[in-house]
Design a protein around this ligand. Structure first.
Ligand SMILES: Nc1ncnc2c1ncn2[C@@H]1O[C@H](COP(=O)(O)OP(=O)(O)O)[C@@H](O)[C@H]1O
Ligand SMILES: [Mg+2]
Length: 241
């Protein structure tokens, strides 16, 4: 089958900064892929171009047979591409349940009460349902953000640092819930992650970014062992001197 997402020759500059040099990547359906790279490497810029928040200076993006460049984020979401954010985009004063109801209203979902209960259950959020989103621990807020992204029943889910700001011992629990929620749903998942234990455990493929370029692409073992990755991403000062 054709890839769900295909980027060809993506370029993006911000003044003198090259955030995307010439990025060409294809993603198979139902793959789970991690994007890694130091801060400023261009990971979020890639997600922003794919989701329509940024227009590339050059290049093409095909999603499920359609060209995406030039479409608005809302239109891209409607095509089946959802994302969560590095900083969860929640309605702080609304409860967890109300946040999900709003997301369902935007997505035009039917039978919203049942859909909401199902998501609360899947993400182990039922005990927080009535609490204001702004007052919850970061891990719970992250889960709610992902649950809201899944309301639209996307074919492709992009997660920007789903475990950042979360205590180390809570990260696996969050990823288990997220992966459990998408398993068997035919969803492709791309997630940006800094914790290499998480990357190795959940991704079948890893793509390393540096300076707006892809410097490695392969299995976790291949990529985490590559000299350039150890030098520029993992920060192993003894590597490839
Ligand atoms: N909207 C923007 N305006 C100006 N510079 C930006 C903008 N977005 C990203 N950049 C710059 O582009 C580079 C890549 O950033 P980003 O994609 O956010 O990296 P990452 O997510 O890998 O940390 C950085 O140098 C960043 O400062
Ligand atoms: Mg980022």
């Amino acid at each position: 089958m054709s890839p769900i997402l295909q980027a060809e020759g993506l370029q993006k500059n911000f003044g003198a900064v090259t955030a995307a040099a010439d990025i060409s990547l294809a993603f198979e359906r139902e793959a789970v892929v991690s994007l890694i790279g130091a801060n400023g490497a261009g990971k979020t810029t890639f997600l922003n171009m794919v989701t329509g928040y940024l227009r590339p200076d050059a290049g093409r993006i095909r999603f499920d047979g359609r060209d995406l460049v030039g479409r608005a984020p809302r239109e891209i979401t409607a095509l089946g591409l959802s994302r969560s954010f590095q900083i969860p985009q929640l309605f702080q004063s609304l409860s967890v349940r109300e946040n999900l109801l709003v997301a369902e209203g935007i997505a035009g979902a039917e039978r919203v009460e049942e859909a909401t209960d199902a998501l609360l259950e899947k993400f182990d959020l039922a005990s927080y349902a009535g609490r204001a989103a702004g007052l919850l621990p970061e891990g719970i807020r992250k889960l709610l953000d992902v649950a809201m992204a899944l309301v639209a029943q996307p074919k492709l889910l992009l997660l920007d640092e789903p475990t950042s700001g979360v205590a180390a011992d809570e990260k696996f629990g969050i990823m288990d819930l997220v992966m459990g929620a998408v398993r068997g749903q035919g969803v492709t998942v791309l997630f940006v992650e800094h914790d290499m234990e998480i990357v190795s455990r959940y991704a079948a493929r890893v793509i390393a970014f540096y300076d707006g370029r892809v410097i490695a692409d392969g299995t976790p073992a291949q990529v985490l062992d590559a000299a350039e990755v150890r030098r520029y991403v993992i920060g192993d000062e003894h590597a490839a001197a």
